[in-house]
Design a protein around this ligand. Structure first.
Ligand SMILES: NC(=O)c1ccc[n+]([C@@H]2O[C@H](COP(=O)([O-])OP(=O)(O)OC[C@H]3O[C@@H](n4cnc5c(N)ncnc54)[C@H](O)[C@@H]3O)[C@@H](O)[C@H]2O)c1
Length: 385
């Protein structure tokens, strides 16, 4: 008989209640038996949506860990507290699936991997964008173009995830919690990690050097980045990531310029066409087109609404976690993908502060230290959906 995992939710805000919950309710092998949020209103709202008894609702995750008999916690708090909350859960013997970004820095993410290894408890990070169907298609198309690596992957997006009201509020001086540093960590940590996952996945490598500029259109006292432009240097390729919360108005009646993903080879080009909206990689992909000397090849992506696409990506993420991740005795490959991205994010911070190119220091992860540690951490990190 299939095992039913007893899970507790930590952080009952937008993603937990609007997206995770309806997806988790579809799974046959989980029971949400506890929830925790420091905000009473959100906690009781989540409790009624999820059908968690009053006795299963906690204002503090440590109380929940002591009192509820759990197998797993899903951590959906703001990233600034992921490290502490995740370590407490692992140390209490739980498996943990943590929302992205894994932490606020590469060092914190590597420390989280080390805790999971020491406790021998499973740790995963939600990398749901890697479940979007266009990336599997892109990998196939890249394979068909031959073994030569692309010259450049370019990922762009404007006005990401913000509607017009949020942007007007923010730029007009009325702070929107959506972009505050505590909440999401700025565009580099909130959205940039998705783009870094995608670039690392498509190139099956991690960058050795980074040149990055982060900028803030924030208000006094807010240091949150609202734009990021970075160039990642891979062994035989580059990736250019150009992301912003801020809209780029267009001259026609579209509000924002849409996002894009292009892959340039010396003698070929591959591009993803997205539904025409300003959400960058969030938007459903319509097709992947490859242009080379043989002509043009179009691969259609099965049609999906933005909601269907997002929910399917979380469905695949949760299925994978509860069917295989939870059986591990340490971090799974998604945790390594999440930590790799945070190491790159920290290099972006250093590059932006230094106004120049910085090398990315790749060490064997703490969990792989010892005589058998692989000399190349990548050997153990290739990610397959
Ligand atoms: N994978 C995705 O596509 C995706 C999409 C949106 C958000 N996220 C991630 O999910 C996380 C949460 O984002 P959100 O939009 O739901 O934010 P949110 O602010 O709506 O929700 C966060 C909740 O955590 C609670 N909280 C804060 N500190 C806490 C603590 N110490 N203990 C318990 N509860 C605490 C807050 O009260 C709030 O209810 C972020 O890391 C974000 O990047 C991921």
């Amino acid at each position: 008989m299939q095992r039913s995992w007893r899970i507790g939710i930590i952080g009952c805000g937008f993603i937990a209640s609007e997206v995770h919950l309806p997806v988790l309710k579809q799974l046959g092998n989980v029971a949400i038996v506890a929830a925790c949020d420091k905000d009473d209103r959100r906690l009781s709202h989540y409790g009624s949506l999820a059908g968690v008894a009053e006795s299963g609702l906690y204002p503090d995750h440590r109380q929940m860990l002591l009192a509820a008999n759990l197998d797993c916690a899903i951590v959906a708090t703001p990233p600034s507290v992921h490290k502490e909350v995740v370590a407490d859960c692992l140390n209490s013997g739980l498996g943990v699936l943590c929302e992205k970004p894994m932490a606020m820095s590469g060092d914190d993410a590597l420390a989280m991997l080390a805790v999971a290894s020491q406790c021998q408890r499973p740790l995963g990070v939600i990398c749901n964008f890697l479940q979007f169907p266009e990336f599997v298609t892109l990998k196939q198309v890249m394979g068909e173009l031959g073994p030569k690596a692309p010259r450049l992957i370019t990922i762009r997006g404007r006005g990401l995830g913000m509607d017009a009201v949020m942007i007007q509020n923010y730029l007009g001086g009325r702070q929107s919690g959506f972009v505050s540093c505590d909440h999401r960590g700025g565009v580099l940590r909130d959205y940039g990690v998705h783009a870094i996952y995608v670039a690392n996945y498509l190139l099956d490598a991690v960058p050795s050097a980074v040149t990055c500029v982060v900028q803030s259109a924030g208000h006094p006292g807010e240091s949150v980045d609202t734009s990021v432009l970075c160039l990642l240097e891979y062994p035989t390729s580059h990736a250019a990531i150009d992301l912003s919360w801020e809209p780029r108005m267009t001259t026609d009646d579209r509000r924002f310029q849409r996002g894009s993903l292009d892959i340039d080879y010396d003698e070929a080009l591959v591009e993803v066409s997205y539904l025409d909206r300003g959400d960058g990689l969030h938007a459903p992909a319509l097709c992947v087109t490859a242009y080379d000397q043989a002509g043009k090849t179009v691969r259609q992506i099965p049609p999906a609404s933005p909601r269907e696409r997002l929910f399917a990506s979380f469905g695949a993420t949760f299925d994978r976690w509860f069917e295989s991740g939870m059986h591990l005795t340490g971090p799974d490959d998604t945790a390594r993908v999440g930590a790799d991205a945070m190491v790159v994010v920290s290099a972006c911070d250093r590059s932006s502060a230094a106004r120049g190119t910085v090398r990315v220091e790749w060490q064997s992860n703490p969990d792989t230290s010892g005589a058998d540690a692989p000399s190349s951490p990548r050997e153990e990190r290739a990610w397959q959906p």
